[in-house]
Design a binder for this molecule. Structure first.
Ligand code: DX5
Ligand code: ZN
Length: 222
């Protein structure tokens, strides 16, 4: 199974977002685009809203993964759906009615994902009730909020543990993504542990040649 690379635009030049996306939208480039939404409340940083996603949608064919780091995403869910997201990822702690939130995403014909903070446990995901509504689990290997943070080592064990538990509970359809501190050194470790989708911000957009950096990252896991 080929590892998918999801560049995060958090480290891109926000004054030239369309250009930054186009740089990677070519053969062997991005498999999907990871869009980090932060509200200055759930996480201590602010980024963009649905209007920017809608603008990017007009100039990119990539699969858009919208990572919502916002308190109670239900209030803005319709806007992020309408903007052109293909998958919406929420943090379970932010959703007072997680079943309702995931159902709403799936009923709009989008994929749904859960993002798991370093201190969030397997039990919080309530897979026994929600497993059929979940397409991806994003294991956060940093605390959410900022790019270019240090990879938290125990994430490797967590990925292995989640993969093994998902498979043993009949939830093999759920793919594991890793978000935070992914680079040429950490990528092979998380892939070996069972990750299938790699989010990378600084390791791609922090480099002088983002496309070459993406190729190098891909090479590190092949
Ligand atoms: C962190 C975000 C990440 C971030 C990753 O809160 O969710 O998607 O962009 O950035 P790097 O790859 O630089 O750790
Ligand atoms: Zn993210």
């Amino acid at each position: 199974m080929q590892t998918l690379i999801a560049p995060s635009i958090l480290s891109a030049d926000f004054a030239n977002l369309a250009h930054s996306v186009k740089l990677l939208e070519k053969e062997n480039g991005a498999d999907l685009l990871h869009i980090d939404i932060m509200d200055g409340h759930y996480v201590p940083n602010l980024t963009i809203g649905p209007n920017v996603i809608a603008s990017l949608r007009k100039c990119s064919e990539l699969f858009f993964e919208t990572h919502l780091m916002i308190s109670n995403p239900d209030y803005l869910l319709n806007e992020f759906i309408k903007a052109g997201s293909d998958r919406i990822v929420v943090h379970p702690e932010t959703c007072p009615h997680l079943h309702r939130t995931l159902t709403k995403i799936k009923e709009a014909d989008l994929e749904a994902g859960l993002a798991i903070n370093p201190a969030t446990s397997w039990e919080t995901c309530q897979f026994e009730y929600l497993g059929s509504l979940i397409d991806t689990i994003t294991i956060m290997s940093v605390n959410p909020g900022f790019p270019a943070q240090k990879f938290i080592e125990f994430s490797i064990l967590k990925i292995k543990d989640f993969r093994q538990k998902l498979d043993s509970k009949g939830l093999s359809h759920i793919k594991i993504e890793v978000d935070g501190g992914i680079n040429k050194k950490t990528a092979p470790l998380v892939v070996k542990a069972g990750a299938e989708i790699l989010v990378a911000g600084n390791a791609i957009y922090g480099e002088a040649d983002p496309f070459q950096a993406l190729l190098d990252l891909r090479q590190s896991v092949n």
